[in-house]
Ligand binder design. Structure first.
Ligand SMILES: Cc1cc2nc3c(=O)[nH]c(=O)nc-3n(C[C@H](O)[C@H](O)[C@H](O)COP(=O)(O)OP(=O)(O)OC[C@H]3O[C@@H](n4cnc5c(N)ncnc54)[C@H](O)[C@@H]3O)c2cc1C
Length: 287
């Protein structure tokens, strides 16, 4: 009996440090030595903080970590597998993530949480710890789309777009990558041509081109799109609304990883963007 107990505790120790709540036990009896998998309660799925980095966090950042962890473990983890199987996005998690008040991360004002860099990173790490797709969704929305508007947008654009993005009542997407330009994104070919103030439309830009691998593309309300200014040959940034005529979004099917993240192509066929939606802080790729 003692031998069985000892062996069981060794196996449990080895696997309890793994990533999920299923623990493997080695049961050795005289007749049938065997392995058994036992599902342990979710309260046992503690983070593996091997270097005890959590001890270095201030009480405020530990509170952020606890808040996000509780939500992710209790409300989000139990429902994610079914969505992963179907490669569908779990829209039901959006209000839960919105209530955490972490979207917008380090941006101050405009309804954003104004977290420190560490506080924002802790929140994102907690999401990623439970579900990498979920953290990719938030990264694209918050760290890519919102932060670009926060850093490069006009005062009017920040007031107009950031508050609802911070609440997650609208969703952001961020389009840089193209079918032939990924790592070398600065060579992108989507164009932005200035159009003058005509009688029937205000002044603005005509965007033409294609984007690939764009996260949240099929359902985002606000898409930050990068395109080459045909006059200066430099990269500019634009805010495109989901119902803009000429904008087409399609989903990338049959992904083997991050299946919950909705990636896809964006086709821009003479999409008109008014001057007020050009990001004034993006005048070249360096910016
Ligand atoms: C899940 C997911 C979400 C994404 N979300 C977004 C998004 O929201 N918005 C967006 O704009 N993009 C997004 N992307 C696109 C992503 O940023 C690109 O996939 C990335 O920039 C790489 O580009 P690529 O796929 O064309 O690969 P490539 O550039 O073709 O690279 C292929 C391989 O070659 C290597 N390589 C490339 N160039 C060099 C070089 N000069 N020297 C040595 N090695 C090199 C790369 O490291 C890589 O291993 C997403 C991608 C994924 C998978």
């Amino acid at each position: 009996m003692n031998r069985v107990k000892k062996k069981m505790s060794i196996d449990k120790f080895l696997l309890a440090n793994g990533k999920d709540s299923t623990t493997l036990f080695w049961l050795k009896t005289r007749q049938n030595p065997c392995f058994v998998f036992i599902k342990v309660p979710s309260t046992k799925t503690q983070a593996s903080d091997y270097y005890q980095l959590g001890d270095l966090l201030t009480p405020e950042k530990r509170a952020i970590r606890l808040k996000v962890r509780e939500c992710m473990e209790k409300e989000i983890a139990p429902i994610m597998t079914q969505y992963w199987e179907k490669a569908e996005f779990p829209f039901e998690v959006i209000p839960k993530l919105g209530a955490l008040h972490i979207s917008g991360g380090t941006i101050k004002g405009y309804g954003c949480p104004g977290l420190s860099i560490t506080g924002s990173a802790v929140a994102l790490a907690e999401i990623a710890r439970v579900n990498a797709s979920c953290s990719t969704f938030i990264l694209v929305h918050s760290s890519s789309a919102m932060l670009t508007i926060g850093l490069c947008g006009s005062e009017m654009q920040k007031k107009k777009y950031l508050p609802s993005l911070a609440e997650l009542s609208t969703i952001g997407s961020w389009g840089l990558t193209e079918p032939d330009y990924g790592s070398d994104a600065s060579a992108l070919r989507t164009t932005a041509r200035k159009v003058l103030n005509l009688k029937l439309s205000p002044g603005g830009w005509i965007l033409e081109g294609q984007k690939r691998w764009i996260g949240n593309n099929t359902f985002a309300d606000v898409l930050v799109i990068f395109a080459r200014n045909t006059a200066t040959n430099q990269i500019n940034g634009f805010i495109v609304k989901k119902d803009a005529p000429g904008l087409q979004s399609t989903k990338t099917e049959n992904k083997i990883g991050l299946r919950i993240v909705q990636n896809g192509d964006i086709l821009l066929k003479k999409v008109f963007v008014p001057d007020e939606d050009r990001l004034p802080g993006v005048n070249s790729f360096k910016e």
